[in-house]
Design a protein around this ligand. Sequence first.
Ligand code: DOR
Ligand code: ZN
Length: 430
Amino acid sequence: MPRLLIQNALVIDPARKLEKKLNLFIEDGRIKSLGPGFPGTARGSFELFDASGLWLMPGLIDMHVHTREPGMERAENLASAARAAAAGGITSILAMPNTEPPADSPALLRRLSEKAAALPVNIYFSAAVTRGRAGRELAGLKALKAAGALAFTDDGACVENSKLLTKALRLAKKLKTPVLEHAEASHLTGPGVMHECARARRLGVPGIPREAETYMVLRDLLLAGATGGPLHLQHLSCLESVELAAAARRRGIRVTAETCPHYFTLTCEDVRNAAFKMKPPLRERDDRAALIKGLADGTIDVIASDHAPHPAAEKTKGMIKAPFGVTGLETMLGLALTELVHKGVISRLRLAELMSANPARILGLKKKGGLAPGMDADLTLIEPFVEYRVGPRFYSRSANSPFIGRRLKGRAAATMVAGRFVFRRSQILR
Ligand code: DOR
Ligand code: ZN
C-alpha cells in the first residue's frame, strides 16, 4: 500500500472542530498521523503531495444519489456515477433504490455491492421500504439490512400509508437503520410540474402546492414521535418543513433533515424549462431563506445532491412531459462553496459537518466523516477560490443540470479514497 504525506493543507476536521495548516500522513488506506512538520511515523519511503493553498476535508458523503443501475443505464450506471462523484470531490455515495427492478431484494443488493466494490468511490446502497416500492407491504427489512442496506427509502415516492410507515419506523429502530422519507402527498401534487406560484401561472403549467410536502413532513414527524424510529427527511424545500423539523427536535423527536443545492440557490422564478423541473419543486424566496437559515443554525443536518440523471431525449420533452430530476454530483460542492461559504452564511467547519460528518453519523459509517488517526483516508482537497463556469461537459452520463453556464467559485482539486487519488484536477484540465 502506498504511503503519502500531504503537506501544507488547511486541514478542516469537523469532528474535532479543528482548522489548521497541518501535514497529514497516510498509510494502509488510513490516516496515520496529523501534525505540524514531519511526523515521526514517516520513516522509510513515501510520496509527497504539496497541498499549499488547498483546503482538506474528510471525504464528502452524498447520501442521495440516483445511480440508475439496474434498468436505466441510458441515464447513468454505477461506474459513471462513481466517476462523476470523484470529479465532484465526493468519496462516498448512497444509491437510491428506484431502479428497474427496484432494490427490494437481498440478492440484488449483493450483486450491486459486488459490482460497486471495484469502482473508485465507495457506493453504499439503500433498500426499498415497501416491496417493489409499491407502498402496499413492507419489504424484508431485516434481510435487506443483512445484505448491506444502510437505509430504507421508497425515494421517488413517499410511504403514504401511515400504518406501513409506522411499522417501518418500529423495525428501523430495532435495526438501527434510518428511514429516509421523500415527503410528498401525491394527491396534493396531482398533475403539478412546478411550484404553485405566479411563475407557474405565467408559464401556463399546473402547480404543486407547498402542502404536498409540509402535510407529509408533519405526518412523518408525528409517526417518528410515536415510534421513536430514526426518521430522515429528504430534500426539504419549504419554510414550514424547516420550522416543523425544528419544533419536533425541540420536543425530543429523533429526526434529521436534508436539503439540496438547487433549493438553497434557485427559486421558482428561475424556472425556464424542464432543466429546472424536479421533485420537490423550487419554491419561493422565503423558503430559500429559511433553508439557508436551517443549514446555518443546525436544523438541517445534511446537504445532498439528489443527483437524478435523465437522458436528454427525455428531458427535452417540455415542462409537462419531461421527467422530474436534476443532476448534481459535479456541482454540489461548488454551489455550497459559492452560495454558502463564500457569502459568509456558513463556516468551512459547518460545510464539512453538512457534507461529511453528519451523513457519516446518520448512515453509521464510523470510520468516515473525520480526520482523526485511524479514520479512513477518504479526503476531499478543495481549490477554494478558483472561478469557473459549470459544464457543459460532465463525467455523468447525463447533463440535465439547471446550472450549466453558471459562474461558481471553488471546487474539488483532488479526491482520495482509501489513500489513493481517484481524481486530480491537474491531470484532466479541459
Ligand atoms: O426530482 C426527482 N427525481 N425527485 C425524486 O424524488 C426522484 C428523482 C428521480 O428518480 O428522477
Ligand atoms: Zn425524492
